[in-house]
Write a protein that binds this ligand. Sequence first.
Ligand code: URA
Length: 217
Amino acid sequence: MDELRQVLNFYREMGAEFLHLPGSDRRADLADLTREILQCRRCRLHETKSHYVPGEGSNHPGILFIGEGPGETEDQFGRPFIGRAGQLLDKIIQKMGLGREDVFIGNVVKCRPPNNREPLKDEVQACLPWLLRQIAILQPKAIVCLGRVALNNLLGTSHSMGRIRGQVLSFNGIPLVPTYHPAFILHKRDKEEISRAKWEIWEDMQKVMAIVAGKHP
Ligand code: URA
């Protein structure tokens, strides 16, 4: 088993990050991966961050939520989605009848980009293998991409969220539901727009729940 693991690690290093050994210990694999992430120096973002934010939650989640990257509060505490956008995400998860411990919450980049700017192409390229390995270990039933940065970097596309949401896409055979980033709601002033965005996110989450329950066509 150890030899097989070494061979798989070799192929992962060569770029096949989504390879995962069936039946291997997810908890241990995730803990090992997290330890690796906490030592990452693959891009400049580790120089300016306060804490790495590797992601957290169940090691056997029905749902993997993926955001863009840590903000100020997340950077301060090393935990994903614990600021204002995180409070909204918590409400969404609660409304789905779940808790944070039932899902996994991660990001495209594990270190905060300075001033919350969008992560640059080379930063995403350097960091994405971590996320791909997390997905391979977690094997979620559904992936929710929160916002276009998560969606387009994971899929290598350039979709507009307004146009693509409502559809169920796929990542390596895992159903992927794109929806608005919770911060999208926080930035809105118009009450009608806020209610519409909230409703659309909820529509998307109903799809996610159907997928996890095995009821989505
Ligand atoms: N926004 C994100 O995209 N990720 C976080 O962890 C927090 C805010």
